[in-house]
Design a protein around this ligand. Structure first.
Ligand SMILES: [Zn+2]
Length: 138
């Protein structure tokens, strides 16, 4: 009986929680999965970044190179990336353990809420027009 439960448990946990039919892994969750990739591309667009999704390790590498420093675009990228990883992971756990499902737009809304709350606490030096166009996305 235990073996059977264990096997079932393993089978369940190996399936992606977003029901895409793929096997769940960190690389899949961030952001190869169609569900999470949609969210990430939207968030990137809100950062005025229009590009395809990279692999998880390449995304991290990209962030290391492009989210350094104290200017708004870099701060925004860092916040947006952290918030997206956090909220995707929270949603994954809700689905796993609470059988509770939020649509992608709700997750994006949560990410927005987190980022704007953080941004409003930061006093920005040398604001300019480009920064303004970035801020209105959020
Ligand atoms: Zn998936």
């Amino acid at each position: 009986m235990m073996d059977r439960l264990l096997t079932l448990g393993i089978v369940n946990s190996a399936q992606c929680s977003f029901n895409c039919g793929d096997i769940e892994s960190v690389e899949h969750l961030f952001f190869a999965c169609p569900y999470t990739q949609y969210i990430w591309i939207k968030v990137l667009n809100m950062c005025n970044i229009n590009r395809q999704f990279f692999s998880w390790l390449e995304e991290i590498q990209w962030m290391v190179e492009h989210a350094r420093g104290k200017n708004l675009p870099q701060i925004l990228r860092k916040l947006a990336f952290g918030a997206t990883v956090y909220h995707v992971w929270m949603e994954r756990n809700r689905r796993c353990f609470k059988n509770c499902f939020f649509p992608q737009e709700s997750i994006i809304h949560k990410i927005q809420g987190y980022v704007t709350a953080k941004l409003s606490g930061i006093s920005l030096q040398n604001s300019n027009e480009h920064h303004h166009s970035l801020c209105i996305n959020w």
